[in-house]
Ligand binder design. Sequence first.
Ligand SMILES: NC(=O)c1ccc[n+]([C@@H]2O[C@H](COP(=O)([O-])OP(=O)(O)OC[C@H]3O[C@@H](n4cnc5c(N)ncnc54)[C@H](OP(=O)(O)O)[C@@H]3O)[C@@H](O)[C@H]2O)c1
Length: 231
Amino acid sequence: MSKSGKSSPPVVMISGANRGIGLAIAHRLHEAGYALSLGSRHSATLLPGVQQCHYDARDADSARQWVADTLERHGRLDAVVHCAAILKAVSLEDGREEDLRELLEVNVLGSWRLAQACYPALKTHGRGRFVQLVSMSGKRVKGTGCGYPISKFAQLAISQCVRNTGWEHGVRAISICPSWVNTDMARDVCKLPADTLTQPEDVARIVQLLLELPNEAAIDEIKINCALETC
Ligand SMILES: NC(=O)c1ccc[n+]([C@@H]2O[C@H](COP(=O)([O-])OP(=O)(O)OC[C@H]3O[C@@H](n4cnc5c(N)ncnc54)[C@H](OP(=O)(O)O)[C@@H]3O)[C@@H](O)[C@H]2O)c1
C-alpha cells in the first residue's frame, strides 16, 4: 500500500480508535498521510478533520453503516485495522457464562461482523488489507484464564478465513499478536511496570509497515513479546 505514485492516499478504517492501541495507530497513520475513518462508540473529536463514525462491535448495522459512510466520503477502502475488544476474567472453575458470552459477542462476533461488512470493498482493487489486533492469547493459553483466549483463538480463525477467501483478490489478512501492551487493558490486570511492556506506539509502527508491504510479501501473523516466552 505504497502512498507514492497515487493521486489520493490509502483509506484506512480503524476500530477502537478512541484509546489504547487503536488511537496510537490513528496518530501514526495520520502523521504518515493516510486518509482515515475512525470507528468508536464516542463522539468526542479524536483527530481534527478526520472522519469519525459511530461503531459498536455488538451491532452489525453499525459496522455496515461505518463502511458505507467511509465509501461515501472517500470513494474507496484500502484497509481495516480492527482494535476494538474487551478482556474479562473467565476461568473454567468459576467463570460465568454471561461473561464468556460478552467476550464472544464483542471479540468474535464483532470481528466477524466487521469482516463481512468490509470484505466486498476490500476485494475490489487487488490490494485490500484486513489487520486485526489479536493477541498472544490467540496463540496459546497461559494459566487458568480461559474466556479471553477462547475469543482470541476464534478471532485468529476469522483472520485466516479472510486470508483464504480474499487471497485471489489481493486481500491480505494479518493477525497481530502482542503479549502485554501498555494500555488500559493491560493496566487492569498486569502487574509488570508500564515501561517494561510493549508500547502502543511500537505496535503502530509495525502496523504501518504491514500496510505498506506488497501482496507478494504477505505476513499472516506477527507475534510481539515484551518478555521471554519459550513455548
Ligand atoms: N493491551 C494489551 O496488553 C493487549 C495485548 C494483546 C492484544 N491486545 C488487543 O489489542 C486490541 C486493542 O486493545 P487495547 O490494549 O488498545 O485495549 P483498550 O485500551 O482497553 O481499548 C479497547 C478499545 O476497544 C473499544 N471497544 C470495546 N468494546 C467495544 C465495543 N463494543 N464496540 C466498539 N469498541 C469497543 C474501546 O472503546 P470504549 O472506550 O468505547 O470502551 C477501546 O477503544 C484488542 O483487540 C486487544 O484484545 C491488547
